[in-house]
Design a protein around this ligand. Structure first.
Ligand code: ZN
Length: 183
């Protein structure tokens, strides 16, 4: 896992790309919750589920299908048509990307098993070829250690910084003068 803090930062930064006037804050909170929820699978360790299993860590809950279903459930339950510029589909797209970002970030970490992006159709585990993020220890207590500091440093560089840049770009784009022509 990337740490929950960094996951939240990534979800918020994706959220800035989807910002529309009249969107309530709970949409962003839902995005953060969706982005950390895939790690609910660590509970399975206590029940003897092995890392590489279907329900194991980075298994089905880290798949694209799970992201699609979770986003759909949350969008429907929230019935979020929040302003004329936003539809359920708009909100779904945000929540889907927020959830899926979790698997993408995990696939860029340097430890553990890969991510079952295509579960349940294909349960193979995948990493991206480029994995600069130090894997975060599972559990909060172990996070506050020397190892945790190292993880935080790599996440600041590879998650927080790109997230801030993305948010700044989205913010600038949204605030461009109305009717401005490109070029
Ligand atoms: Zn994870």
């Amino acid at each position: 896992m990337a740490s929950g803090f960094s996951q939240a930062v990534a979800a918020l930064s994706i959220g800035t790309c989807f910002y529309r006037a009249g969107m309530p804050k709970r949409v962003w909170i839902a995005g953060i919750l969706c982005s950390v929820l895939p790690d609910i699978d660590v509970v399975g360790f206590h029940f003897g589920i092995r890392y590489g299993d279907f329900w194991g860590h980075r298994g089905f809950t880290h798949s694209l299908l799970f992201a699609a279903i979770l986003a759909w459930l949350v969008a429907i339950v929230g019935l979020w048509r929040t302003s004329p510029a936003t539809s359920i589909l708009w909100i779904w797209t945000y929540l889907f990307l927020a959830t899926a970002s979790h698997g993408f970030l995990d696939a860029m970490t340097d430890g553990g098993l890969g991510v079952a992006f295509f579960s349940p159709f294909n349960n193979d585990r995948y990493f991206f070829p480029w994995r600069p993020i130090r894997v975060s220890p599972i559990g909060v207590s172990r996070f506050f250690s020397a190892r945790g500091l190292e993880v935080l440093q790599s996440e600041l560089l590879w998650i927080w910084l790109p997230s801030a840049l993305l948010a700044a770009l989205a913010w600038t784009w949204q605030r461009r003068p109305a009717g401005a022509a490109p070029g």
